[in-house]
Design a protein around this ligand. Structure first.
Ligand SMILES: C[S@@+](CC[C@H](N)C(=O)[O-])C[C@H]1O[C@@H](n2cnc3c(N)ncnc32)[C@H](O)[C@@H]1O
Length: 251
């Protein structure tokens, strides 16, 4: 997974926490907390010591510590999740259309997450939507309770086109496994990219994964809402590849 504090021991933060015996890699310690200044923003951020050295988790994977949706949304789930929500154009417009659906946008670039959260904060009717600054696969794996998501949205993720970099793509088998764990009956996975090879990769990867059923090939923008990147690409005349899948919950 990207941003995880990988296997390179040279980059291990010296002395922050010793590597537990028997583990060949470590993960960084992440803490979930509300932003002190912006109520629409939550952090699932790497914890640093007083010298700004990232701290290590005590085990890998870290102990599972699921969130309470009541703390974030004031209501129980299920929720919907947008992974890589960028500056939150889709998130805010979709939230405005669906005031009954708790919605979480996850964005790992802090200033961008801040912009998205500001967008929500300006509209008091969007209290059911929040932004999480963090790395989505870790948040899903370590914090999300099973059977709690009604829809996943991933739009125009970074394509990482070079062969060596494809492992950095957000769409990986491990993410699909989490999506199945999290799905409630009827769960949808909305996907879109402008990058033909990524579209093909997604079709093959998702199509070969148990529990995913293609509902719509060549889908339209979800509820007619185009994302920021999509608008740019449409102006450039690029083709757009969107699909909708049904995600079957794990038995
Ligand atoms: C190309 S932008 C697309 C933004 C938006 N979905 C749109 O269509 O306008 C991809 C976004 O995904 C974010 N991102 C990439 N990997 C992520 C991860 N593992 N967790 C959360 N956000 C991620 C990036 O920071 C970036 O803002």
């Amino acid at each position: 997974m990207p941003g995880g504090g990988g296997r390179n021991r040279r980059s291990r933060p010296g002395g922050a926490t010793s590597l537990p015996e028997g583990l060949d890699h470590y993960e960084l310690l992440r803490e979930l907390r509300p932003d002190p200044d912006l109520p629409t923003l939550w952090h699932h951020a790497v914890v640093q010591d007083d010298n700004y050295v990232p701290r290590l988790a005590v085990s890998s994977p870290p102990p599972f510590d699921p969130i309470r949706f009541e703390d974030l949304f004031g209501t129980p789930g299920p929720i919907e999740i947008e992974i890589g929500c960028g500056k939150g154009r889709f998130l805010s417009e979709y939230a405005a259309l669906h005031p009954e659906r708790p919605l979480l946008g996850i964005e790992w670039t802090r200033p961008i997450a801040w912009v998205a959260a500001q967008k929500l904060a300006k509209r008091p009717t969007l209290e059911h939507a929040k932004v999480l600054w963090g790395d989505a696969p870790y948040f899903l794996r370590d914090r999300m309770p099973s059977r709690s998501v009604a829809a996943f949205h991933i739009y125009f993720p970074d394509p990482w086109p070079k062969e060596k970099a494809k492992k950095r793509r957000v769409l990986q088998t491990s993410l699909l496994e989490q999506m199945r764990r999290l799905a409630v009956p009827g769960c949808r996975f909305h996907w879109g990219t402008d990058y033909a090879e990524y579209a093909q990769y997604a079709m093959e990867l998702v199509g070969a994964t148990d529990g995913f059923r293609l509902l719509v090939d060549k889908a339209e923008p979800t509820d007619g809402i185009t994302t920021s990147f999509e608008r740019k690409y449409l102006l450039e005349g690029r083709p757009i590849y969107r699909t909708v899948w049904e995600v079957e919950p794990l038995p």
